[in-house]
Design a protein. Structure first.
Length: 247
């Protein structure tokens, strides 16, 4: 039986009860980056608005029409894809570390989470960095290839790969598993479950909008809440699959 999104959230809130500070420390870096980005956009918007509101600011039609229009060509598109790779790899390492931490916490609720901030960076260690970088790179390549067809197939592909880091965490000691095996296993697991995961993402939109209105501050609580709920989604999906196999 499928676990409802509301039940997953309830489980995470119970897990975090009395431990919110620990949860916040796990996602502190990406949350801080997001808040700083919001502040930067807000300041930039204020500066632009201030310039436009000046009495002596009168852009002419000629100045607008004379502005050269930059057309993106194939070479620049390829460069953009390659220039995104460093961010994708670093983001993948951080996402994996956070995913590992919350999955371990959900699988062992009584575990003592020591040094939560440090655990978020566990994928940067020699034990994980190679496999996780390869996973992040392969998922990025596959998503880009699907996106070349249309935007929708790219989005669908990204949902198909969302369980990859969790599966790697559970099977990292299996010597017969390789990079593509984790990705394939995620695709199989997400068959029929992508819509539910999409609904889970939608359920956090209200929190993110509130965060924008409050200058990003709630992100420090929303981000670990959502990350742990994603881990709970995998945890229950895996339990459901194991129950179906036994039956």
């Amino acid at each position: 039986m499928e676990t409802k999104v509301s039940e997953l959230k309830r489980e995470v809130r119970a897990l975090f009860k009395g431990n919110w500070l620990t949860a916040v420390q796990v996602t502190l870096v990406p949350a801080l980056f997001k808040v700083l980005t919001m502040f930067f956009i807000l300041i930039l918007t204020a500066i632009i608005a201030y310039i436009f509101m000046q009495p002596n600011f009168q852009p002419t039609l000629k100045s607008i029409t004379d502005t050269p229009v930059h057309v993106n060509n194939g070479g620049e598109f390829v460069w953009q894809i390659f220039s995104n790779i460093p961010g994708v790899l670093i983001g993948g390492l951080l996402t994996a570390g956070i995913s590992f931490t919350f999955l371990d916490w959900l699988q062992q609720p009584k575990i003592n989470i020591e040094h939560p901030f440090k655990l978020a960076f566990q994928s940067f260690t020699s034990r994980y960095i190679g496999p996780v970088l390869l996973l992040a790179l392969m998922m990025y390549i596959f998503t880009i290839l699907w996106s070349l067809l249309l935007v929708i197939p790219g989005i669908v592909a990204s949902y198909s790969y969302r369980m990859t880091y969790y599966i790697y965490r559970d099977h990292q000691t299996d010597t017969d598993w390789h990079t593509l095996d984790y990705i394939r296993a995620s695709k199989v697991m997400m068959r029929g479950a992508k819509g539910r995961l999409f609904y889970l993402d939608l359920s956090f939109i209200g929190w993110h909008l509130l965060s924008v209105l409050l200058l990003g501050i709630p992100e420090f609580w929303v981000m670990p809440y959502q990350a742990a709920t994603n881990a709970a989604f995998y945890h229950h999906l895996q339990q459901q699959r194991e129950a179906n196999v036994q039956n």
